[in-house]
Ligand binder design. Structure first.
Ligand code: NAI
Ligand code: CS2
Length: 488
């Protein structure tokens, strides 16, 4: 059923794609050719390219996962389709900003290093998930115990982690007298620029202090707030994409029509005019990023755990349940918004309504189980820090408490039922609960995971509130628990 790329009929695409790809070169190396990058940075670059004289090219590197995606991308000469969908309308576009890619487990790390050493590379961007930075979420410093980091410190010329790869490429560029590049994290991590800097300079420090100093002086790590809901593809979405474009595109994706990108304007060798495609360049990303991470991602995590406990497979199904809808708004407006920087020039109530509408989009099939992944890397910024802030301000935080209790309940029941659970700390969780008897004893054991909760297991107010919420879920079920919070 698949067709040759040459047969992609441009008539099927709603977007005009006007620029020549003939002279596209690797200006940006992107690590992490997943769903999100295709629906976000690649689209922004494509749209900006349509309006500028010299288009920017992106080259893709995948360090993990299946090789098919990059092989298919290369078969299609880097072209792929993006179907953007609201609840009622679709727009399809063919993205033309990508040149091709490498899957290092197949082609070898040397091929990736060679790309990073091309003199004209100006930006290395990343969507490698929270865990890809190999950082302890509590201390925000490089985690030496991380097996990838420990391995790369032994053989830095043959790296496996993104952090080791970028540091080695910078070391080689320095030695070869080449100009450095900027490193642009596009992952959902608070203060992602500084965190990436901590990881790379931390790694370099362990190898060579002079290199670390050179990176500090010559490389920038702009912070970003990135937003677009781009779920992992399902069979149904591949079918929908094919129906709308006439082409069975193995690299295609379906995502929501909304997109936002706020970028700290701090690049050592220039950057595309992403603002022509709607991005915002600012001097301080933090207020935007905190708003999005807490109101959007915090609510997503609430729905991921508690929605799963209620039996909902997709986020839009949670939104069709009036109690879930109400408690999500309560979380956004009465709790998360109260923790945000008051100088932010955004109407947070309106922002909450926009998020609720986006979550309700039935054409975006975002699985609660997908968002539930890697909770250990997400809870600190989405739930724990805001929980503590509200506590300090004497503002009630029952929904954040229920989010944390829901995570505990979800982790324990999925381990015990052998159900889907993906988290880099899964072995630690298994070990922690193995010798505990009651549900709450197991929860307490998990609350002792320092890299997530710090020393909160000793905070009596915290433990009391989480215990109350946890026991309520156990005794009455999640739906009744939510009903009581929203009505009380
Ligand atoms: P995905 O599962 O489609 O792709 C993940 C990518 O990360 C793959 O290319 C994989 O090779 C790479 N990766 C995984 N573990 C890695 C590691 N340890 N080191 C280096 N690379 C690693 O996921 P998707 O949807 O592309 O999301 C990726 C990240 O993008 C998210 O974790 C989030 O931080 C950010 N993001 C995602 C959004 C979405 O709606 N999908 C929206 C906003 C941000
Ligand atoms: C989600 C995000 O998977 C998750 O943790 O909360 O990927 C979310 O879809 C995006 O941040 C939306 O921009």
């Amino acid at each position: 059923m698949k067709r040759e790329v040459g047969s992609i009929k441009t008539a099927y695409y709603d977007s005009a794609t006007t620029y020549s790809r003939e002279n596209l070169q690797t200006d940006i190396v992107h690590i992490g050719f997943g769903a999100f990058h295709r629906g976000h940075q690649a689209v922004y670059t494509d749209l900006a390219n349509q309006q500028i004289a010299v288009p920017w090219g992106i080259f893709e590197i995948n360090l993990f996962g299946e090789s098919n995606l990059i092989n298919e991308l290369n078969n299609q000469h880097g072209l792929f389709s993006v179907l953007e969908t609201s609840a009622t309308a679709h727009t399809s576009r063919q993205v033309r900003s990508v040149i091709g890619g490498i899957h290092t487990p197949e082609q070898g790390i040397g091929a990736a290093i060679a790309r990073l050493l091309e003199p004209q590379v100006k930006i290395v961007s990343l969507t490698i998930t929270e865990k890809g930075y190999c950082i302890d979420p509590q201390t925000r410093q490089l985690d030496d115990a991380n097996p990838l980091i420990a391995g790369d410190l032994q053989t830095p010329h043959n790296p496996r982690s993104a952090i080791g790869l970028i540091t080695f490429a910078l070391q080689r560029r320095k030695a070869l007298g080449l100009q450095p590049f900027s490193v642009l994290s596009c992952d959902n991590i608070p203060d992602n620029g500084h965190l990436t800097r901590n990881a790379i300079i931390g790694f370099a420090m362990r190898l060579d202090t002079e290199l670390a100093q050179w990176i500090e002086a010559n490389v920038t790590f702009p912070g970003t707030m990135v937003d677009r809901i781009v779920p992992a593809m399902t069979e149904a979405q591949f079918t929908m994409l094919q129906e709308k474009t006439g082409y069975a595109d193995p690299c295609g994706i379906v995502c929501e029509d909304f997109r936002q990108w706020v970028i700290e304007d701090n690049f050592v060798r220039g950057r595309p005019e992403w603002d022509l495609a709607g991005a915002m360049f600012v001097s301080d990303v933090q207020p935007y990023e905190e708003m999005k991470l807490r109101m959007l991602n915090g609510s997503h995590s609430f729905l991921a755990y508690n929605g799963s406990l209620a039996g909902y497979e997709f986020i839009y199904q949670c939104m069709e349940d009036p109690e879930f809808y109400a408690i999500t708004r309560q979380l956004m407006v009465d709790e998360q918004a109260q923790t945000l920087n008051p100088t932010l020039d955004i109407d947070l109530r309106q922002y909450a309504e926009l998020l609720l509408t986006r979550f309700s989009n039935r054409n975006v099939k975002h699985r609660t189980a997908q968002i539930a992944m890697d909770g250990s890397q997400k809870l600190p910024q989405r739930a724990i820090t805001p929980w503590l802030q509200l506590e300090r301000k004497n503002i009630a935080n029952p929904v954040l408490s229920l989010l944390i209790a829901g995570w505990l309940y979800y982790v324990i029941s999925n381990i015990e039922n052998n159900s889907e659970l993906t988290d880099p700390l899964l072995p630690v969780f298994r070990e922690a609960i193995a010798h505990q008897q009651t549900g709450w004893q197991k929860a307490l054991a998990l609350l002792n995971t320092n890299s997530i909760f710090g020393d909160l297991a000793e905070n009596i107010a915290f433990i009391n509130k989480i215990e109350l919420a946890f026991n309520k879920i156990a005794a009455s079920g999640i739906k009744q628990t939510i009903k009581e919070i929203t009505s009380g």
